[in-house]
Design a protein. Sequence first.
Length: 287
Amino acid sequence: MLLNRILAYFLLFLVATLPVAGQGPAVNHAANRLGPPLSQPKSLLGDLLNLPILLPGGIGADLTVSFEDVTGLSPTHLGVTSQLVSPLNLGLLLRLPGLTAILSSFPVLLRIEPPAAGGLTFTGITEIQLHTHNLLYFPGTPLRLFAAPLGGTFTDITDDMGPGSYRVSGSRGGFSEFLIVADLTPVHQVIVAKYNRLSQILVDNAGAIPAPLYADLTSEFASSRAHYLAGNTAAAIDDLDLFISTVEGHSGSDIPDVWRSTHDVVNVAGLLRAAGRTLRFSLNLDL
């Protein structure tokens, strides 16, 4: 057990310190700088903003934040900041799972915190996509997008990734802090944790969902988890898709689905859908 843990940390070190060809050494001091919106951005959901992140040491990325339905959207109202951090930053490491590492080739902490006075409002989910040439995608890569409430615990929100040199996205029912990290947590542990997180969101918001609908969602969720634990991942995905579809079909009418920069409402449907999407991503890795 101890040998496996030492080996895991050694592999994390190799992944976290591997530079991209042609890239200079990473810089650990902080710097907040966002460029102007890019022209002709690609929409992930509907309305969007595409902002380049430009940091010292040749570290940068294209950030795309897209929405299904949004009002008050502008770079100022979105409230985006980015900074370089040390891969050994204890304050951040204590907020991450044990088998994760901050990448020295992309040590970027991103914050999206719309100011209350800006009036940003959206319904459903928001999709966060990062595209960087400082990292390389390869099949089986341990790179993942993590998010946390301000000052809170980071969790995996990845729902898609691919080349370009590395492109990753995750959906949210609100906003938070974001990091791309290397994660060597066994996929089974990741899936179980994501089931537990989705279950907790459902339980925490039971009072906002009509009882008959809550019973249906609970049954669909339980069926998905039971199929996964029984080794039938394909059936688990089918049940999870039904759960997500049920939430989406009742969003707004029976399940609150609005997020506002004033933080006076809870986007229950967005939270449930986002948690379901990242769980589906991990289940697909287990097929």
